[in-house]
Design a protein around this ligand. Structure first.
Ligand code: PEP
Ligand code: MN
Length: 390
């Protein structure tokens, strides 16, 4: 027996106890056989996967579900019937179930590549530009702040001055307000849009406003830098189509009781309509909880970031509905991956014509900025003021 390369004899091993034991040649040969069988199996599995993809495409075309439990059961039965060992029937079933599952995943992922919102279609983060402020990707989280509704020149001017002084670049303000009570303040309409534009320009701010009706899209797009589609209109497909054609970036709020899938599908309408400048905004969903107005769904923020390539914002005002939750919800949203935050600020919330319990005054806004800027990493667009700390 040669000293190297062959099987190690007992005597040899005793004398060379420091050397690593060498593999029995027969094991080596069998392992080579296994390696080659692995490659055969991989080839067959890949071939099978390609066939499964073909079936998946046809099922999608025909509107059929990919999952067919009866078919799966009959395949397993045929495999158990053909099984001659040494694997037990249970082991064969479990192995093939894994194969079926992987194929199904492939078919589902293949479906998702049809969707323009999907990360599988576009891997890089989309960056949305709102009046020169980039939102998403590696850019610092932005802040959109301002009153619930535009009420007067004096009110909006005071807010704008404060925002500009604190380095916030984007101002919100509703001119068309979706109100539960038809007798409550409905917004200033076109006059509000004009005020929003004029005052934003005076302070160099981007103007964000909600559009409620397809008929108002042109006017809103003419005056605003970012169009908001509100929670109550998330599935107003006519509005979504009109907003898609507006040429303006859009922020799509999640519906009060919308699933993440419904929300993302609504965004799909915007992209399919030719508008790629789309932001998603999680604004809290309806749950049984009564201590908060809505429940901020932090997992939806993380999931929207995973499933889509679109920037995601959190509306910390309408979600919690409580000024004392603004800081923790901001931190939670940003920790979950949000690209920005929306908050309502009013010179005198007590007399606000809408959402007067949840808007905050300037003093509270200063405290909010101090608390979130440094600890929550929230950074308004004016990086020359806050970028270093943000
Ligand atoms: C708003 O932001 O002004 C608003 C009405 O929010 P939502 O659509 O999320 O209720
Ligand atoms: Mn509001």
């Amino acid at each position: 027996m040669p000293r190297h390369g062959g099987a190690v004899e007992e005597g040899d091993r005793r004398h060379t106890s420091a050397a690593a034991p060498r593999m029995d040649e027969r094991v080596t040969r069998l392992r080579e056989r296994i390696d080659s069988l692995n490659l055969d199996l991989l080839r067959l599995l890949s071939e099978r996967a390609e066939v499964a993809e073909g079936i998946g495409r046809l099922q999608t075309e025909l509107g059929l579900s990919h999952y067919d439990p009866v078919r799966e059961q009959s395949m397993l039965e045929a495999l158990v019937e053909a099984n001659r060992g040494p694997f037990s029937d249970a082991a064969v079933k479990s192995l093939f179930k894994q194969v079926f599952q992987a194929s199904m995943q492939l078919e589902q992922d293949q479906d998702k590549t049809r969707y323009l919102t999907s990360r599988l279609t576009r891997h890089q983060d989309t960056v949305v530009e709102v009046r020169g402020v980039p939102v998403g990707g590696d850019h610092p989280p932005v802040l959109i702040a301002g009153p619930c509704a535009i009420e007067s020149y004096e009110q909006l001017d005071a807010v704008a001055a404060r925002l500009a002084a604190r380095g916030v670049s984007l101002m919100r303000g509703g001119a068309f307000k979706p109100r539960t009570d038809p007798y409550s303040f409905q917004g200033l309409g076109l006059a509000g849009l004009r005020l929003g534009r004029e005052i934003s320009d005076a302070y160099g701010l981007g103007f964000v406003t909600e559009v409620m009706d397809a008929a108002d899209v042109a006017a809103c797009a003419e005056h605003a830098d970012l169009l908001q589609v509100g929670a109550r209109n998330m599935q107003n497909f006519t509005l979504l189509r009109a907003v898609a054609r507006s040429g303006r970036p859009v922020m799509l709020k999640r519906g009060l009781s919308a699933t993440i899938e419904e929300w993302v599908m609504a965004a799909e309408y915007l992209l399919a309509g030719g508008n790629e400048q789309v932001l998603l905004c999680e604004r809290g969903i309806r749950t049984f909880e009564r201590f908060t107005r809505n429940t901020l769904d932090v997992s939806a923020v993380a999931l929207a970031k995973l499933e889509t390539h679109l920037p995601v914002l959190v509306d910390v005002t309408h979600s919690g509905g409580r000024p004392d939750l603004l800081v923790p919800l901001t931190k939670a949203g940003l920790a979950a991956g949000a690209d920005g935050v929306m908050i309502e600020v009013h010179p005198n919330p007590a007399v606000a014509l809408s959402d007067n319990k949840q808007q905050i005054d300037f003093e509270a806004f200063d405290e909010y900025l101090d608390a979130t800027m440094y600890h929550g990493r929230l950074s308004p667009g004016r990086t020359e003021l806050y970028g270093a700390e943000g």
